[in-house]
Design a protein. Structure first.
Ligand code: ZN
Length: 262
């Protein structure tokens, strides 16, 4: 049984066949999916989806760094209200993205800190997006994130950066499709990190894992990344599924899934 800890099922790329994609995931052993919001509208959509699939889909609420200019205290108020719903299990995704830099640095940093405060206030884990901004994320977490928990989603950094991330005790690393690709340090990161600090995700509809050739990623394909994780750690797929599912349950405080006890 797998948990896809990060899938944007609410996006329009699933409009024509969303339920079929979700049913395929369930049939393939993906028992729980976390759908993080990227702005107010997608956070609402993620929550609606979570309510439509109780106990199986859960939502995050937050503003992605690409959308950081749209963030406001009014939107934060909406997130705060949504966070009281039991289906909302995280604040995010939010973070810093200096690769595309769709929003200037200072605004991104302010919005990042606003989400940390919200996560603390709501006692929810953070789903953090980092791209070309590792040092700033570390700096802001050290200053404002003490005691928080969360996940560095789609971790794509170096061994040294992973070690720094893991110094934040409540935080996990989540691997997506890049773990299955060549030319990065991720297999070594995955080998060294404590198993109880790891999650798997798809980041659907993006980042199709190798060797799949699909044009769109979907939660079922989380097994491909889990298989790579099993390979580099010398574990069985079942052991990786069991460990990463338990980690996701603990981080997001997911209710126990009946199918998981089988
Ligand atoms: Zn994402």
């Amino acid at each position: 049984m797998f948990v896809d800890s990060h899938a944007h099922l609410d996006t329009s790329r699933f409009n024509s066949d969303r339920d079929a994609v979700i049913q395929a995931a369930f049939a393939g052993g993906v028992t729980r999916i976390v759908d993080p919001g990227c702005d107010l509208a997608s956070s609402r959509d993620a929550l609606a989806l979570a309510k439509a699939y109780p106990g199986a889909i859960f939502a995050g609420v937050g503003t992605h760094p690409h959308e950081a200019t749209t963030h406001s205290s009014e939107i934060e108020e909406q997130y705060r209200a949504m966070a009281r719903e039991p289906e909302v299990v995280a604040i995010g995704e939010f973070g810093l993205d200096y690769f595309r830099m769709l929003t200037q640095r200072e605004t991104q940093r302010e919005v990042f800190c606003a989400h940390l405060r919200l996560a603390r206030e709501c006692d929810l884990p953070c789903i953090i997006h980092v791209r070309d901004a590792h040092d700033d994320v570390m700096e802001l977490l050290r200053a404002h994130g003490q005691g928080l928990r969360g996940v560095f989603h789609c971790f794509s950094g170096t061994i040294a950066q992973a070690e720094e991330c893991l110094e934040f005790e409540g935080f996990l690393l989540s691997f997506a499709g890049p773990l299955t690709r060549e030319g990065n340090e991720l297999p070594e990161v995955a080998r060294r990190a404590p198993l109880e600090r790891l999650l798997v995700e798809t980041d659907s509809p993006y980042l199709v894992p190798k060797p799949l050739k699909a044009r769109r990623n979907e939660p079922l394909f989380v097994k491909q990344t889990a298989a790579k994780l099993a390979e580099v750690r010398g574990l069985t797929l079942e052991e990786v599924a069991q460990a990463t599912s338990a980690n996701a349950e603990r981080l997001f405080r997911l209710p126990r899934n009946a199918a998981n006890d089988a």
